[in-house]
Ligand binder design. Structure first.
Ligand code: NAP
Length: 376
């Protein structure tokens, strides 16, 4: 049996390890900076066994996956390049940016031919091994960035293993192209969401109505501003060039609408929104993507004491776990007063069925976006 070492057993490393163990037909050894995480990964069956030293974990490994934050991946790659790895061992990572890691790997002759960058383009708003799922990457794109001097047979070997283990759609890309595309569809939106929240939070300091009135639309648009700051610091630092260019384009786009507004040019303002509406309507259906989906719905219960308890008990009776529950005070989207968030799609769908069959009005904004089914 071949051996795979997963370094960093968090959300992504843990999910990869589970897939490798369940479907990859390889022995999976884990390593993590935290011994508590390693113990949990072992006891919950995410890995076959754990090692407290990197050297022990990668000994005789046929595959090594680095699944750490991007900032920790680079020094670990240098450490690995100084070790005696098994001849032909393939190294890969899962980081959200590819240019810097590929550049570093190319400068390390002992591993340069066998380091194939990777980016599974699915995730979750949660982190850590507890959130790991064996099918997290199913049907999502998984980008591979092979080295220029590498061999095609190594790329095929890795693709075969990852297809089986993750059930993702493997695609090959140039690292700079990957960073520009992901910069535009994921990194730039994270910057904009955080900037918008910071701007409104600034206004809110002198007048608390700003955040009190912030409801559905603002919440949807800024959901990703709650992501892990350290991870996003590392992502931005490792994709600076592409992001500076993309932010320049963004500032120009803002300047155009700013000018139109200043000039009171209603035709330009309307065409700005028309163009965006037409493009937005052409977007493919919601599926696994680089920005993690949220499984939520709204329930229109009367604003009486005990109503929230009734909904929670009903879902409890059906064994549906709620990961978050909140009361929406301002309802600009016409959504219900109670916002429920679930761990995954299965609980989300089951909850809607149970609530509707008990006569409650349930609003799922994604259904409405698709042309909507009945809310009852
Ligand atoms: P995570 O859940 O926080 O897992 C990271 C794991 O690495 C944690 O167990 C952490 O241990 C460990 N770790 C951190 N620094 C370490 C070090 N220096 N030495 C050893 N172990 C260390 O994070 P994640 O979401 O899995 O992200 C991992 C990578 O996946 C990142 O590069 C990210 O860019 C990429 N990625 C993330 C997503 C996403 O949606 N989250 C999607 C695609 C790709 P502790 O227990 O000490 O924290």
């Amino acid at each position: 049996m071949e051996k795979a070492a997963v370094l960093g057993v968090g959300l992504i490393g843990g999910s990869l390890a589970l897939g490798l163990k369940e479907r990859g037909n390889v022995e999976v050894c884990g390593y993590d900076g935290s011994s508590q995480t390693l113990r949990l990964a072992e006891s919950s069956g995410v890995i076959h066994y754990g090692c407290h030293k990197v050297a022990d974990a990668v000994k005789d490994a046929d595959y090594i996956f680095l699944a750490l934050p991007v900032g920790a991946t680079l020094p670990l790659l240098e450490e690995l390049a100084a070790m005696d790895l098994k001849p032909g061992c393939i190294l890969s990572d899962v980081g959200s940016t590819k240019g810097r890691v590929m550049e570093l790997a190319a400068s390390l002759p002992r591993i340069s031919r066998n380091f194939i960058g990777g980016h599974p383009m699915a995730g979750s708003h949660q982190s850590g091994v507890k959130a790991a799922r064996s099918l997290l990457f199913e049907n999502a794109y998984y980008v591979l960035t092979p080295p220029q001097n590498g061999s095609m047979s190594q790329v095929q070997r890795l693709s075969r293993l990852l297809s089986k283990a993750t059930r993702a759609k493997l695609v090959i890309m140039d690292p700079d192209h990957h960073d520009r595309v992901v910069g535009a569809i994921s990194h730039l939106p994270h910057i904009l969401a955080a900037a918008l929240v910071n701007q409104v939070e600034g206004y809110n300091r002198s007048n608390e109505w700003f955040l009190r009135l912030a409801a559905g639309g603002f919440r949807d648009l800024t959901r990703i501003a709650a992501s892990d700051p350290v991870m996003w610091r590392d992502v931005l630092m490792s994709n600076r060039e592409a992001l500076l260019e993309l932010m320049g384009d963004w500032i120009r786009e803002m300047d155009l609408i700013h000018q139109a507004l200043k000039a009171g040019d209603s035709r330009k303002i309307e065409s700005f929104f028309c163009k965006a509406k037409a493009s937005r309507e052409k977007l493919p259906d919601r599926k696994q993507g680089v920005i993690a989906p949220v499984f939520e719905c709204y329930v229109d219960v009367p604003d009486h004491p005990g109503e929230i308890g009734k909904v929670a008990s009903l879902l409890g009776e059906w064994n549906i776990s709620i990961s978050n529950i909140g009361v929406i005070e301002s309802r600009e989207d016409g959504a219900g007063v109670l916002r429920l968030v679930f761990q995954g799609e299965k609980d989300h769908q089951k909850a809607k069925r149970v609530l509707r069959s008990n006569g409650l009005t349930v609003i799922d904004l994604n259904e409405q976006e698709k042309g909507g089914e009945n809310t009852k």
